[in-house]
Each structure stands twice: as structure tokens, then as C-alpha cells.
Design a protein around this ligand. Structure first.
Ligand code: MG
Length: 207
């Protein structure tokens, strides 16, 4: 098998580290078009995920890991990104249900399930300048990529990064930034930027 529960737990730890390191930068980005708290929520949420996963026993399946991550993220981040990532992680958990470990094909299944969960929970569409503008392209790239778990995630990470950069050219039509109208142009969406970081860390740690 390509990826074990222990690998997933290690990846979530690396995501928590990255969100902590980028907390102030993400808050500054959010301050340009939102309320400036995005980095705080992401660092808090994934910090809680790491703590919850530390307490899991050795027999936990990938589905257990992802569901535990979903629950702990939601309980520490009640608003906005909380329900979105919780839904995304629960969809990912369901996508690999019954497996002891993950095979190459599961990389695309997980990224696609997360994107679908975020789109469904947020009632968002591509092009509205949200985190879906990173997760959506990541899912499309993952589904059309071939090769190992690592290769699929690398393609997803590249697409997520391009997607996040592309949000600078979008006018927000959803979320807090929508009230800015044209003034949201020229600023990247913080949720898309942190999403690209997450997919990037997954590619680095599970590759
Ligand atoms: Mg905010």
C-alpha cells in the first residue's frame, strides 16, 4: 500500500506546522479583503487536529484518521472554514472507507472528495474567489493525473497553486469579500492560498 494511517497523521502534523508558520501571512492576506483572522482559524484548527490524532490508537484506519480530523477541526473552528473543512474531511473519510491503507488511486479520490465536500457545504462555484478555486483545479488535475500517489498529489498541488494565484484576477461574489465588489480585484483569496498550502504539504509529506 502507498500510504498508511501513520503517514496521514504525519501529514496532518506537517499541515499544522505550515499553518502555524503562515498564520500571520494568511491573516495579512485576509486583512486586505476580509476580517483578518484566516491564519488564526487555520492554525487553531489544524493544531487541534494534530492534538486529536496524537490520541488515536495504532489500529486506526485512514477513515478513522480523517473523521477524527474532521471532528476536531469543526470543534475548534466553528465558523466559515470550520464546517467547510469538516465536511471535506468527512467526504474524504467516506471515500476510503473499509481500507487499511491507501493505494495510488485513492490520492485522486481523496482530493476530489474534499473539493466536492467544500463545494457542497459552501454552495460555491468555481470563479467566485473562494477556497474552491484552489480545491476545484486540484481535484480536476488529480483525476486526470496518472502514476503514483506522489505524482497525483504533485499534479494536484501545482494546480491548486495556480488556482490560488488566479484568484487575484477574480472579483469576489461569495463570502465577506463580495461586498467589496471590484475592490476585491488584485488580492488573492486567503482561503484559496491556504488550500494550496495544504495540498502542497500533502504532496511533500505523502510523496
Ligand atoms: Mg476571515
Amino acid at each position: 500500500m502507498a500510504v498508511t494511517s501513520a503517514d496521514l497523521i504525519r501529514a496532518f502534523g506537517a499541515i499544522a506546522d505550515r499553518m502555524t508558520a503562515e498564520r500571520d501571512a494568511l491573516c495579512a492576506l485576509d486583512g486586505e479583503i476580509g476580517d483578518g483572522d484566516h491564519g488564526i482559524g487555520m492554525a487553531l484548527g489544524f493544531g487541534a487536529v494534530r492534538e486529536a490524532l496524537d490520541g488515536l490508537d495504532g489500529g486506526a484506519s485512514p477513515t478513522d484518521v480523517l473523521n477524527t480530523a474532521a471532528r476536531s477541526f469543526l470543534s475548534s473552528v466553528g465558523a466559515s472554514t470550520g464546517p467547510l473543512y469538516a465536511t471535506a474531511l468527512m467526504r474524504a473519510a467516506a471515500a476510503v472507507k473499509g481500507k487499511d491503507g491507501l493505494e495510488d488511486a485513492d490520492a485522486a479520490a481523496i482530493v476530489a472528495a474534499m473539493a466536492e465536500g467544500i463545494a457542497h457545504r459552501g454552495k460555491a462555484e468555481i470563479g467566485q474567489k473562494t477556497m474552491l478555486d484552489a480545491w476545484g483545479p486540484a481535484a480536476e488535475a488529480a483525476k486526470s493525473a496518472t502514476g503514483s500517489f506522489a505524482q497525483v498529489l504533485a499534479a494536484a498541488a501545482e494546480a491548486a497553486h495556480r488556482g490560488a494565484e488566479g484568484t487575484a484576477g477574480m472579483q469576489a461574489s461569495m463570502g465577506r469579500a463580495a461586498r467589496l465588489g471590484e475592490r476585491s480585484l488584485g488580492h488573492r483569496d486567503p482561503g484559496a492560498v491556504s488550500a494550496a498550502m495544504i495540498v502542497g504539504v500533502l504532496a511533500e509529506t505523502l510523496g
